[in-house]
Ligand binder design. Structure first.
Ligand code: ARG
Length: 465
């Protein structure tokens, strides 16, 4: 694994780098994750150099073949990484020189590791954003399937975590769907700013060679060329912005997880999670714990931390590149890994979860959840809303006194609170009547839920195209 330390820098240095400094400054332990992107960018760079007459065609050919071989070595796990060579870039370059000799020494013409690393990270992140988007879409599809299946299933809706008004389970799931739709839109927007090519900025000031940056951008699928060389090597906004998008998505997953944990609690008993997503206790044999959603909730914390870490990393950096920037990778990698895992976990849970209709309906009957419906009913009979509100409040108090639900009060008793109440009130007081009445765009009525699912499916299909 070791190459002699003196070889790291060349003639300028009179003694080998200190062993501690070698370990302290090395990044190859983590930035080797960028190897495939590093090779892709080097191939594009070499081809451009040849096309511009900066590098002989023969040399470019040897470089491309050598890099392809290195990629195969890495894929096969046969590549020997050396910490003494500091980072992924130097490791690959050194191996290339060993494989193809003189030509390999020419690859670094007109570039620097500063524009190289910024390019690699952007390429890598672009691919991961696409994968994250696919996983978000999978979770969204799972939500739509469940929402459609349970479009008419009644459950309590909450405010202040107190039973408020009946909603449908499908409607609740579509609320989650909307959060994820915004997460995807945010990431798509972030991707446009990630997808800009730094290469050509070289160390910071550009290069004295007649390069063609647009050609490299085209070859690598970048939408634009970074407009300023100083900015190109120092900018890490794209990483901060990605982490912020990921943090918001994790916040959403954490909220969803929190509801699942509550619903799984026997006091709620609203859903059963698939056993393969639950865990037992080492001491209490009876327990079935929601460890997976709890971990999703818990893991949101580290992603929030990465946003702050990246902001702090950048806040005092003068232009242009500083070695501080090497510290951007681990937070970005961990953000990607965490978000991807949590999306996988939530998709599995949502695909496998089963609601418990009796428990949901029973809870929807508690807490006089249809009190607002009774007030609305009176309003439709010509009563002013404030008066209706007061009459229903007194009826609720009577129900409380009797220890029964508002809906269970006999008609004669209800009429004592307002003469406008008639026999037709019965339907209004059921949770099914309550949800069916909220029949407008964005409302909880089963018909609206089905319509929203259909609309969402069309939007998903359009984005996939
Ligand atoms: N490993 C470095 C990083 O991650 C690559 C660029 C190093 N450039 C330099 N001048 N030291 O940022």
């Amino acid at each position: 694994m070791r190459t002699p330390r003196a070889r790291r820098w060349s003639g300028r240095f009179s003694e080998p780098v200190d062993a501690f400094v070698e370990r302290f400054t090395a990044s190859v332990g983590f930035d080797r994750r960028l190897a495939r992107e590093d090779i892709a960018a080097s191939i594009a760079h070499a081809r451009m150099l040849a096309a511009c007459g900066i590098l002989a065609r023969r040399d470019a050919g040897a470089i491309v073949r050598g890099l392809a071989r290195i990629r195969a070595e890495i894929d096969a796990g046969r590549f020997r990484w050396s910490r003494a060579l500091e980072d992924v870039h130097s490791n690959i370059e050194r191996r290339l020189i060993a494989l193809v000799g003189e030509a390999g020494k020419r690859l670094h013409t007109a570039r620097s590791r500063n524009d190289q690393v910024a390019t690699d990270l952007r390429l890598w992140l672009r691919g991961e954003i696409d994968e994250i988007d696919r996983r978000l879409a999978r979770l969204q599809r799972a939500l739509l399937d469940q929402a459609e299946r349970h479009a008419a299933l009644v459950m309590p809706g909450f405010t202040h975590l107190q039973v408020a008004q009946p909603v449908t389970f499908g409607h609740h799931l579509l609320a989650w769907f909307e959060m994820l739709a915004r997460d995807r839109a945010r990431l798509a927007d972030c991707r446009r700013r990630v997808n800009v090519l730094p290469l050509g900025a070289a160390a910071l000031a550009g290069t004295s060679f007649p390069i063609d940056r647009r050609r490299v951008a085209r070859a690598l699928g970048f939408e634009a060329v970074a407009a300023n060389s100083l900015d190109a090597v120092s900018d890490r906004d794209f990483a901060i912005e990605f982490a912020a998008c990921a943090a918001i998505a994790m916040m959403h997953l954490s909220r969803i997880a929190e509801e699942l944990v509550l619903w799984m609690n026997p006091r709620f008993g609203f859903v059963r999670l698939p056993d393969r997503f639950c865990t037992g206790s080492s001491i209490m044999p009876q327990k079935k714990n929601p460890d997976v959603p709890e971990l999703v909730r818990g893991k949101s914390a580290r992603v929030f931390g990465h946003v702050v870490a990246l902001l702090a990393l950048m806040k005092a950096q003068p232009l242009a590149y500083n070695k501080d920037n090497q510290e951007d990778k681990e937070p970005v990698f961990d953000t990607v890994d965490t978000l991807k895992d949590c999306l996988e976990a939530m998709a599995g849970i949502v695909e496998g979860m089963a609601p418990v209709p009796e428990a949901m309906r029973a809870a929807a009957l508690e807490g006089h959840a249809t009190a607002t419906d009774l007030a609305d009913y009176l309003v439709r009979k010509g009563v002013a809303f404030r008066d209706a509100h007061e009459a229903v409040a007194r009826a609720v108090r009577e129900a409380e006194r009797r220890g029964c639900a508002l809906a269970a009060l006999p008609l004669a008793v209800l009429r004592r609170f307002h003469r406008a109440i008639g026999a037709d009130v019965a339907r209004v007081l059921t949770p099914e009547g309550s949800v069916a009445a909220r029949d407008h765009e964005g409302g909880t009525a089963p018909a609206q839920v089905r319509r929203a699912v259909a609309r969402a499916r069309r939007a998903l299909a359009a984005r996939a195209r």
